[in-house]
Design a protein around this ligand. Structure first.
Ligand code: IMP
Ligand code: MG
Length: 245
């Protein structure tokens, strides 16, 4: 089945510039120096290797959107975990809507409109995120959660402690069921307590990409607030992490 992009802008009226660009205002074309996939740059001087380019991300989003429509049709509240999941979530929810509209004849159910409301999670404690004593502070979405089926949208599952803390908080706030859609899974670093918790809750989980045990940036993922704007996901050069650690 071919699914169309969820985020291709359509306009019936061509947009014409109010002023023709002059030779002076033209931006030099960098086509000949920047590697590109379908017009999107696929490298950056601070990235040692690109793991997932824009085409791969787009393909993964289509699959995840189809999965949400087929398996989570009765989930109403979608909770992006900011800031990292903002790009993933904004592309995915539009893909879900597009798939729903495309399949509306075939689906034997009505469309449940999404409630989208963000959560914020911050880790505190001595040491890195792999420190078992780290505390995760959760700020819940502002929408009504009582009796709702809630789907967390996360950029990457690392130890799993962030998602575990958020899931617990959502259940405490009255959610009926909590599922998880993540773009990446760094499963090598998963915390045993988190794995046990997800199993006990019989949690529906889907991840698009298995991520190697390396620090990745781009498509929303950051290092010190930077690199989120990269249109691909790549491994940050280790010397850049060491230099500012
Ligand atoms: P966890 O609690 O260990 O699962 O950590 C998950 C959070 O850590 C994610 O929401 C990300 O914000 C962040 N994170 C984990 N690995 C990476 C990475 O490789 N790059 C950027 N952020 C990461
Ligand atoms: Mg995060």
């Amino acid at each position: 089945m071919m699914l169309s992009r969820g985020h291709t802008p359509h306009t019936s009226t061509p947009i014409t510039p109010t002023r023709a660009p002059t030779a002076m205002s033209r931006i030099p074309d960098a086509d000949d120096v920047t590697p590109k996939v379908a017009g999107v740059p696929v490298d950056d001087p601070d990235v040692s290797s690109v793991l997932y380019d824009a085409n791969m991300i787009e393909g993964a989003l289509e699959q995840l959107a189809a999965l949400v429509v087929s398996h989570l049709g009765d989930f109403e509240v979608f909770v992006p975990v900011t800031t990292g999941a903002m790009m993933f979530a904004s592309d995915l929810v539009r893909s879900v809507y597009t798939v729903e509209r495309m399949l509306r004849e075939e689906l034997q159910r009505g469309y449940k409109r999404m409630v989208i409301s963000c959560a914020t999670c911050a880790s505190y404690g001595a040491g890195t995120s792999s420190d078992a004593n780290v505390e995760v502070e959760v700020r819940l979405p502002s929408c009504d959660l009582k009796g709702k089926r809630v789907c967390i949208l996360e950029d990457i599952i690392d130890t799993g402690r962030t998602v575990m803390a958020l899931t617990k908080a959502l259940y405490e706030a009255g959610a009926e069921e909590v599922a998880l859609i993540a773009l990446m899974d760094k499963s090598a670093r998963r915390d045993a307590e988190a794995t046990k918790y997800f199993e006990e809750k019989n949690m529906k989980i889907a991840c698009a990409f298995m991520c190697p045990d390396e620090f990745v940036v781009g498509y929303g993922l950051d290092y010190g607030g930077r690199y989120r704007e990269l249109p691909f996901i790549g491994v940050l050069k280790p010397e850049l992490i060491a230099a500012s650690a």
